[in-house]
Design a protein around this ligand. Structure first.
Ligand code: FA5
Length: 336
């Protein structure tokens, strides 16, 4: 005798639909589908039993089971879409995104850029001098006439002023012609013993050519201590050049005149078949120390004014100083 009865099919349908309606997640619903309609599912087992029925009953139960089966399938699908939209709703409630926040742009480095050779050399020099105990100081490019000339023992009538003509503002200030302005500025602020370097931009009313710019860079250096002599000066200049070039350079030292040093020297470097003025220097003039409020009977010093732009030229074999501020990318890219 067959186990299939209308009652049984009704019961199965009732519990199946109730349990489908009670599923709270898509995973649970999927498990129920397998439990009912899978190979070994409860409903599938009933279908299998159809074969043992009399042909007459097989036909009527077959039709009943098929309609129940599509009812169960319909209910599974309906619950599935209900659970799906519930989970979307839940996500919408729990997850959020603020579309007004700025988007983090992907970093696309087409050309990362590089330091200008002037800055590279300036930093190298600062490093070297830092190692020798010097402090790096900075000062204004627009300067008072006093610090550029008078305090450096170059009074108004002095012919040395003609050598360094510059750009003047209407109120009597000027664009500094050299970094020597930092000598008295530093003496005023720091007590000896002191060692400073002051890199920076300077300006001159100049006939521009391959080795002369109207705007160029220098680095001033000054040491003030007891018993400073020309021996100290030469030692530091030699150390400096060796550190920069990594080897001994062909140089020459000759007398040079600057009102703010005594004695004064010109240190030239051999560059492209000729001597290039690079590093004027000397012992700080007693009058300059006095302008800085320092007693020259107790303290002495040396100072130098390195032509930074020219040093860069000789280090990188740059043939024309105008390349340095010309802004030509073909020139600049060689240093990236
Ligand atoms: C001076 O400017 C003095 N202040 C240097 C000094 C400092 C002497 C401390 C003694 C003690 P001068 O005008 O020679 O000196 O310039 C110094 C260096 O700057 C030169 O040797 C040269 O290398 C560089 N220089 C001068 N004029 C130019 C220019 N127009 N373009 C590029 N470099 C220049």
């Amino acid at each position: 005798m067959s186990v299939i009865s209308t009652q049984l099919v009704d019961d199965l349908k009732g519990t199946a639909l109730a349990s489908i309606a009670g599923a709270t997640s898509l995973e649970e619903l999927d498990a129920k589908r397998v439990e009912l309609l899978g190979k070994k599912g409860r409903f599938t087992s009933l279908l299998k039993e159809l074969g043992s029925l009399e042909p007459e009953s097989r036909k009527s139960f077959g039709a009943l089971l098929n309609s129940v089966k599509s009812e169960i399938e319909g209910s599974l699908d309906a619950r599935k879409s209900a659970l799906g939209s519930e989970s979307i709703q839940r996500r919408l409630e729990t997850e959020w995104i603020d579309v007004t926040l700025p988007v983090q742009a992907p970093v696309v480095i087409a050309s990362p850029g590089a330091l200008h050779p002037l800055l590279t050399v300036q930093r190298d020099l600062e490093q070297i001098f830092h190692g020798l105990g010097f402090t790096v100081v900075d000062g204004p490019e627009m300067e008072r006439e006093y610090y550029n000339f008078e305090a450096l023992n170059i009074p108004n009538t002095h012919p040395a002023r003609d050598m360094q003509d510059t750009f003047w503002t209407k109120d009597g200030n000027l664009l500094r012609t050299h970094t020597s302005t930092m000598q008295v500025r530093s003496l005023e602020r720091m007590k000896p013993p002191l060692k400073i370097v002051a890199p920076g931009r300077v300006f001159r009313y100049e006939r521009v050519d391959a080795t002369h710019g109207h705007t160029f860079y220098q680095m001033e250096g000054m040491m003030v201590d007891r018993h400073v002599s020309v021996g100290h000066l030469i030692y530091f200049m030699k150390t400096l050049l060796r550190e920069i070039f990594g080897s001994e350079q062909k140089i020459r030292l000759r007398p040079g005149y600057f009102p703010f040093v005594e004695p004064g020297f010109e240190l030239d470097i051999w560059f492209q078949g000729r001597w290039l003025e690079l590093l004027p220097c000397g012992l700080v003039h007693p009058k300059v120390l006095e302008f800085g409020g320092i007693d020259p009977a107790e303290w002495q010093g040396f100072a130098f004014g390195l032509g930074l732009s020219r040093l860069v030229m000789s280090r990188y074999q740059i043939h024309d100083i105008r390349h340095m501020d010309g802004g030509d990318l073909r020139f600049l890219r060689q240093f990236s």
